[in-house]
Design a protein around this ligand. Structure first.
Ligand code: GDP
Ligand code: MG
Length: 604
């Protein structure tokens, strides 16, 4: 297929606006998949994606579409729709010349629509605005067209109106892709050069990479090199995704396809890397902005004897998801584990769910935290930390206030779009979370777009859920980094019978210490089973108790109801109880169920 007949594009949309449905329809219309195969949403490969209905990993599909007698190869690069995964969106767009900006004609422009639009806009991609779900009786394509004009300056005549579900207007979308999006600006006569923009792990083939071939071509058996590592590999497999893997002999400039070449470890298939022929160095393609983990949590095996299995599982998942960072950590209560960094709380949840589903790994996840900074004073202390500015994401590393002149915490710029009747409760929520309003704009007669500067630690846990509940599900939210600012931070220590439990401590703003302390103590009282001794649950800041709860003693004898005779039944009950104990952890001589850690700091 000549370069002039190739189109590389993505669909970008707010969650649930119909991206997967449209992708399926495009594949069907172009004859790529069987209409009757019965599997919906073929691009969402991961089990967790099907369950949650969100796309986590970007996938791709090549389809052939005939317009007026000419065959075009359309490479659809799928992108995740959720706020946490914007780096994957940005990365996928690096292989595209255009995007379909898909907007639900009933819901209208949402926070991620805005974020996605600007991502495509700054990359100077052709944007095809498409209103979906026009079959719904509440659909209001005229009003939503107005929104597109007000916010993005999109002209009415550019807007396509479709029903991805019924297939209405989808043909016009395919035509627009061919007519409006330019072919990839590539050169087949130059030496081979490709962008590695995604990768996943395969047990038998090692790392499989998705390549966008920018110049020349690559063939089976070629010797290739990585610009970042300088390592050499022999190409063992090439193919395109239709979306099933279809082997090919070579990939030529303009194409998107997969490659494997005995890359064994997670570091080798570096996303953003430039791949070229051995001994034929080329100019390196612009690297992506490295994704910054924003939320950190400790991850531990429920049972320490599974440490090695868990390490393997984590390594594999990290290979699939370069946005996750990991380092080894140990905790007195939980043993040996890892501190993992994630893009957001959903990212963390998806990761732990995948550990369970794909590797059957049972883990304890500690309460999530963000990365704070502090300025250390005193020559001795600066020497000890090797710098006057230190960072920490684990509350147990909170530096002593005696040696710190200032603490800093990360802020984000949040965008909220909502019907204006929920304005009051939304403003209240943002104020409660220490937010500062930056702007407010009407995007139509009854919809507002607001921007707030918010501390990241106030939104990592349940901001999104609360926002949804105060707006009956109508408000949408997205955020971007806004930098570090000085803040009055304190370490809130949780004590069980007077003994501090570091795993349960938290970094909070001083104005929140007492409120958060009360909530944690109340929650712990609810979650810790009563034991043989009385338990004092306390929260303290700098030695001062700010909250307290008491858990009364109680003895549970599982065999009490049995009268002598039935030995096997008795043994079985005792065994069950012993298994229950494995999931408990001794903290300050108190049995604490392992899975409470993440529950504890949730606010509600
Ligand atoms: P995604 O999150 O953007 O991938 O959205 P999905 O493709 O998963 O669609 C979300 C929901 O909207 C699903 O229940 C779809 O069946 C539904 N949907 C998608 N397109 C249409 C449409 O054109 N009309 C109607 N009525 N529903 C649609
Ligand atoms: Mg989807």
């Amino acid at each position: 297929i000549p370069v002039e007949n190739i189109r590389n594009f993505s669909i970008i949309a707010h969650v649930d606006h119909g991206k997967s449905t449209l992708a399926d329809r495009l594949l069907e219309m172009a004859g790529a998949i069987d209409k009757n195969c019965g599997r919906s949403q073929v691009l969402d490969k991961l089990q967790v994606e099907r369950e949650r209905g969100i796309t986590v990993k970007a996938q791709s599909a090549s389809l052939i579409y005939n317009v007026d007698g000419t065959d075009y190869m359309l490479n659809l690069i799928d992108t995740p729709g959720h706020v946490d995964f914007s780096n994957e969106v940005s990365r996928s767009l690096s292989a595209c010349q255009g995007v379909i900006l898909l907007v639900d004609a009933n819901q209208g422009v949402q926070a991620q629509t805005v974020a996605n639009f600007y991502m495509a806009f700054t990359k100077e991609l052709v944007i095809i605005p498409v209103l979906n779900k026009i079959d719904l009786k509440n659909a209001n394509p005229e009003a939503i067209t107005d929104q597109l004009k007000n916010i993005f300056g999109i002209e009415e005549n550019e807007v396509l109106k479709i029903s991805a579900k019924l297939g209405t207007g989808v043909d016009a979308v395919l035509r627009a892709i061919v007519e409006r999006i330019p072919p990839p600006p590539v050169n087949r006569d130059k030496p081979f050069r490709a962008l590695l923009f995604d990768s996943w792990y395969d047990r038998y083939r090692g790392a499989v990479s998705l390549l966008y071939v920018v110049d020349g071509k690559v063939q089976m058996g070629d010797m290739i090199s990585s610009a970042l590592s300088g390592k050499l590999y022999e190409v063992k497999g090439l193919g395109i995704l239709t979306p099933q893997e279809t082997p090919v002999e070579c990939l030529v400039a303009g194409q998107v396809g997969f490659m494997f070449c005995n890359m064994r470890s997670s570091q080798e298939a570096h996303i953003g890397d430039t791949i070229f022929h051995e001994g034929n160095p080329v100019a390196i393609l612009p690297e992506f902005k490295a994704s910054q983990p924003m939320v950190f949590a400790g991850v531990y095996p429920v049972d320490q004897s599974h440490h090695v299995e868990l390490r393997n599982a984590i390594e594999r998942l990290v290979l699939n998801d370069s946005a996750v960072t990991s380092s080894v950590e140990s905790s007195p209560a939980l043993g040996l584990g890892w501190r993992l960094g994630f893009l957001g709380i959903l990212h963390l949840e998806v990761f732990s769910q995948r550990l369970l589903q794909e590797f059957n790994a049972e883990v304890v996840v500690t309460a999530p935290s963000v990365t704070y900074k502090a300025t250390v004073i005193g020559e001795k202390n600066i020497k000890k930390y090797r710098s006057s500015e230190i960072s920490f994401s684990n509350p147990s590393q909170f530096p002593d206030p005696q040696i710190v002149s200032e603490y800093f915490e990360p802020f984000v710029l949040g965008t909220i779009i909502s019907p204006d009747k929920y304005l009051g409760p939304i403003m209240q929520l943002c104020m409660d979370r220490r937010g500062i309003q930056k702007s407010m704009q009407n995007i139509d007669n009854h919809t507002v777009m607001m921007q707030f500067i918010l501390p990241l630690n106030e939104i990592v846990i349940d901001f999104h859920d609360t926002l949804k509940s105060v707006s009956s599900g109508y408000a949408s939210f997205d955020y971007e980094e806004y930098g570090y600012f000085e803040s009055k931070l304190v370490k809130l220590v949780i004590l069980l019978n007077g003994i501090p439990v570091d795993e349960l401590s938290a970094v909070v703003h001083s104005s929140k210490a007492s409120i958060v302390g009360h909530k944690i103590c109340a929650k712990l009282k609810e979650l810790i089973p009563r034991q043989m001794v009385l338990i004092a649950i306390q929260a303290a800041v700098g030695g001062k108790i700010v909250a307290r709860e008491t858990l009364k003693p109680y003895r549970k004898d599982v065999t009490a109801k049995l009268y002598g005779g039935d030995v096997t039944r008795r043994k079985k009950l005792l065994k069950q109880q012993a298994e229950g104990k494995k999931k408990m952890r001794m903290l300050a001589n108190i049995n604490v169920p392992k899975d409470i850690f993440i529950d504890v700091l949730k606010r509600n």
